[in-house]
Design a protein around this ligand. Sequence first.
Ligand SMILES: Cc1ncc(COP(=O)(O)O)c(C=O)c1O
Length: 309
Amino acid sequence: MQAFFEGKYVDMADARVSVMTHALNYGTGVFEGIRGYWNSEEEQLLLFRVREHFERIHRSARIVRINIPYTVDELVDICANVVRSGNFREDVYVRPLAYKSALQIGLSMIVGGPDEPRLVDDDFTLFAVPFGNYLDIEKPIRCTIASWRRVNDNMIPARAKVTGVYINSSMAKTEAVEAGFDEAIMLTHDGHVSEGTGENLFVVRDNRLVTPSVSEDVLEGITRSTIIQIARDELGLETVERPMDRTELFIADELFLVGTGAQISPVSEIDGRIIGDGHIGAVTRALQDLYFDIVRGRQSAYRKWCMSV
Ligand SMILES: Cc1ncc(COP(=O)(O)O)c(C=O)c1O
């Protein structure tokens, strides 16, 4: 196996949905991405901040009215069981997904008429696969500002990790790759910096970190909060959370993207402007060193964030 589907542990090949599934047709799902890091000295696979991911999927589900029939503790157990079943000896990625499973043509998530209204059926699935780097972390990447604006919270909730939202990110990412860049940075509807297509963004300016505030249509990233905490506690660097203009990116001393998938990815260029000296900056490097030690369980003070399976 390696998957949990319709309440059972199954082989990946048996985790299949109907083409009529509401979520497949209308994007009515909420999901997570969790990393497991292989610690070769201890021969253990460590899931990073797994509880926080399941707390967030519950929050996402509340926003879009999906019922997850498992508590956070139960989700952690399901996740550990699936990962364990894969006998992985390498880094993995876990994808939990709660979705409207009803086989239904029609958009409403309420059925049954005015006398007996009820929400359409939901289900929860989770699978795990081996996974390496998503963006380059060894050498800096080149970014462009997307022509597509980031979804606004009053269009589709940006702080919920909703499957349907990701057409917005996919269009921006595809546009960037087609134009020869590695990643796109998205602006909010009113033109402030929001985030990457699957990452939060930080700049270093005058020895402080700056990141767009949570009201700038960002996903409230778990890596984002990890970076804010370790920058303050380990490097003595405060983070300012505020609206940020596009041109502040061009004059940053350093710029990097963070996320479970991206980890910490340094950025050397945006639309032809070189950031800093074009190499990985000292703060970015220090944060990378700390982060990779922490996620592989090599920093005892942060071992509480790592769950052995
Ligand atoms: C749009 C978006 N922003 C930011 C992030 C980073 O969030 P996290 O650090 O919780 O993985 C992700 C990844 O989940 C994302 O998809």
